[in-house]
Design a protein around this ligand. Structure first.
Ligand SMILES: Nc1ncnc2c1ncn2[C@@H]1O[C@H](COP(=O)(O)OP(=O)(O)OP(=O)(O)O)[C@@H](O)[C@H]1O
Length: 708
């Protein structure tokens, strides 16, 4: 509040010649104790009630001019100063009035002590209101008491905090309502003792209390408690405390963990790592990696974006420095959101995990075996293991001719992989039908016809009801693989020729002719050309099946394949014989395999490897386990294209049998041809000269005459 607002603007204006009477009348009229003596709006001085009294005491008349009563040392105040400043000036000068001037030093009013008191009281009231509102709006709760410790005030915040109405408790003993404050309040009232900051529990609330004595005119007349509710803070602090405790426990747990543990935030930055991890990566102090992306510190560890947030991602085996380690990742999920990951790295004492690893190794081997098997479907020639140039060329030739419909003859010693090659050709050819195999040497002569062409219902005693389709029918729209075709008898060859030429067959005992779309792949471990010359193989059939000829070289001519085949059979036997622990072979053993001439080719080698697996007691195949048995049928039977290579009674017997059948067939043909050798040769599909050679060989002449 300013002086200008308080001062009386209708003040008494006097001139130097105004009389004492007039002045008194003006004072009474205006209820003023002071008048300003002006001359042309210029202040000459003032006349106060007292200076007037003094003048009148000295004079005899009331009509004297006020001149002698004029006080020229006027106390003046600027209209814009505060009421407090005005109070100080008046007190300092010891006067009860002051003239109020504006900026032009013109008199604008007179300020009396009563005006000042009014202003001060108004100011104090205003201040009180502000203070009250301040106290009420304080976040802190305030309670005050008198010297009797009865409650004199409680602010809005305290009422709200303790759910009390001021009317309820004003004037009541504070001890009843706030017993825990009692001691401190009485100390403040009785001993003027201040309590600075103290944690007190009041009802169900926890507060920080400050207790302050209240002084009035230098005397204690009460006390005030300022309380800050810290219940929520206390809860947070407790949570913080327990979080800290948990963190400590976590740190200790991580510290004693044997292996590596690392925790990242949602961005993949490291937030924690234990000693095991730092040791694994040679990190001296955690501060070096804190908040760094895990990717930069441990690039080997794959960080997976979780498909399913709650899942532990499956463990991976990776190499970290010189350690083989198992790493697993677990997401940290909060409110359905992934907020980080924990990585566990097991790399110590992995020998304890050996069994598990063995199991994993075995599974991996099996997977790779089956994957290999699957791949075979992708590259039909994959099962024919080789890195030999000739075999590579052979595969390329086979791929080139496979799509054609031409019949094909595969030559090669027994066990060289003719069937594998034939199967590959069938797969490349993309023929819709099946790959059907018949081993012409293995099926007894009397059964081979029904095997090839099938039979009709009731064709012979014991025939299956409804008949049965033969291999030809089964291979319709596919491929018929005639293995060891060189061992087929001449009469059978004649029947086969018809089927191959006409592309039609009749089931035995059936009159119905069936059209067949069959691609013929024939194989032989004998030189068929030579068999033709010898008259045991029909020349016309030979030309029919030998449209294209492929030759698989024997294993002894491609010993460079031995290491690859060794590897292949190691894996195959591990799975086949369930011996995954045998995973090594000594170089001496491989050398032994390389130094053998393998008359039984790859089949024989496979048998030898299987035996080695059965003999090996450790995880390694030694040279002593490579036992090559000369009596192994795979090393003798069908052992070469040359007859000279054939040994053993089995072969000799078969040869004898074949020759006998051959003789019977020739005699049969001659009988049907009425002894005409040219017609008979034609029937047999051989040249006349071949027939003569055979007649000579089998000494048929006499018998022929006998028949005729
Ligand atoms: N290159 C090779 N890679 C892998 N295994 C092979 C290979 N060659 C042959 N084998 C294996 O050897 C065995 C004989 O193969 P396959 O039956 O194909 O030979 P073949 O020449 O048809 O024999 P046969 O003339 O006696 O019928 C099979 O177990 C086959 O899997």
């Amino acid at each position: 509040m300013h002086v200008g607002e308080l001062s009386a603007t209708t003040f008494v204006k006097l001139q130097p010649d105004t009389t004492a009477r007039e002045t008194m009348e003006l004072f009474l009229q205006n209820r003023q104790d002071i008048g300003c003596v002006m001359e042309h709006e210029h202040l000459l001085g003032i006349v106060t009630k007292y200076s007037l009294y003094r003048l009148l005491l000295k004079s005899t008349s009331m009509d004297v001019t006020i001149q002698p009563a004029i006080k020229t040392n006027v106390i003046s105040l600027q209209e814009n100063i505060s009421v407090y400043r005005a109070r100080d000036i008046l007190l300092e000068k010891g006067v009860g009035h002051a003239v109020v001037l504006n900026n032009n030093k013109n008199v604008v009013g007179v300020l009396a002590t009563s005006d000042l008191i009014y202003g001060l009281v108004a100011g104090t009231n205003h201040l009180m209101t502000r203070l009250q509102s301040l106290v009420d709006n304080l976040q802190e709760s305030v309670i005050s008491v008198d010297t009797e410790l009865n409650i004199t005030a409680i602010n809005a915040s305290a009422q709200k905090l303790f759910q009390l109405e001021d009317t309820e408790i004003l004037g009541k003993p504070s001890g009843n309502w706030f017993p825990t404050l009692y001691d401190d309040l009485s100390n403040a009232v009785l001993h003027s003792k201040r309590t600075e900051v103290k944690k007190i529990s009041l009802h169900s609330t926890i507060v920080i209390a400050s207790i302050i004595p209240i002084q009035e005119w230098g005397k204690i007349n009460g006390a005030m408690a300022v309380l800050k509710d810290i219940t929520e803070l206390e809860k947070v602090a407790n949570e913080l405390e327990s979080t800290k405790r948990i963190e400590k426990v976590l740190d200790s747990a991580l510290a004693v963990a044997y292996d590596g543990v690392i925790i990242t935030d949602q961005d993949g930055n490291i937030t924690k790592a234990n000693h095991g991890f730092m040791e694994l990566y040679g990190i001296a102090s955690f501060s070096q990696i804190e908040h760094q992306p895990l990717q930069n510190i441990a690039p080997e560890i794959q960080q997976q974006q979780n498909k399913n947030k709650k899942d532990i991602l499956e463990a991976e085996i990776i190499q970290i420095n010189q350690y083989k380690a198992i790493v697993s990742q677990t997401p940290i999920v909060q409110n359905d959101k992934t907020i980080g990951s924990i990585y566990k790295i097991i790399y110590q004492h992995l020998h304890l995990w050996k069994d598990l690893f063995n199991q994993i190794d075995k599974l991996e081997r099996e997977i790779s075996y089956y994957r290999g098997e699957l791949n075979k479907n992708n590259d039909p020639f994959t099962p024919l293991i080789s890195n030999n140039g000739k075999i590579e060329q052979l595969k390329a030739d086979a791929t080139a001719v496979a799509p054609s419909l031409s019949n094909l003859l595969i030559n090669g010693e027994s066990g060289t992989g003719k069937e594998l090659l034939a199967n590959g050709i069938h797969l490349v050819s993309n023929r819709k039908g099946a790959f059907i195999k018949i081993n012409c040497a293995a099926v007894p002569e009397n059964l081979i016809e029904s095997e090839l062409f099938g039979y009709a219902d009731g064709a012979f005693t014991g025939a299956k009801k409804g008949g049965r389709p033969g291999k030809f029918e089964q291979a319709d729209k596919g491929t018929l693989f005639l293995d060891e075709i060189g061992d087929m008898s001449l009469p059978m060859q004649a029947k086969l020729l018809r089927a191959v030429q006409e592309k039609e067959i009749e089931r035995i005992g059936d009159t119905q002719t069936r059209k067949m779309d069959v691609r013929i792949l024939a194989a032989s471990n004998k030189n068929i050309g030579k068999l033709v010359q010898e008259g045991v193989f029909r020349e016309d059939l030979y030309y029919r099946i030998n449209v294209i000829q492929l030759e698989i070289p024997p294993l002894r001519d491609r010993l460079d394949d031995i290491p690859l085949l060794t590897n292949h059979f190691m894996k195959k036997m591990q799975t086949k014989l369930d011996k995954p622990s045998i995973n090594d072979i000594s170089s001496e053993a491989v050398e032994k395999l390389r130094n053998y001439h393998w008359p039984g080719n790859v089949r024989q080698m496979e048998n030898v490897m299987e035996r080695a697996f059965l003999y090996a007691q450790t995880n390694r195949i030694e040279a002593s386990h490579i036992l090559i048995d000369a009596k192994d049928p795979s090393s003798t039977e069908h052992s070469g294209i040359n007859e000279a290579n054939e040994h053993g009674s089995v072969k000799t017997n078969r040869k004898k049998r074949m020759e006998e059948t051959d003789k019977v067939t020739i005699l049969d043909a001659l009988k049907q041809a009425g002894g005409n050798r040219t017609i008979a040769a034609k029937k047999l599909g051989i040249s006349r000269s071949t027939l003569y050679q055979k007649l000579k060989k089998y000494e048929i002449k006499e018998k022929l005459e006998f028949f005729l």
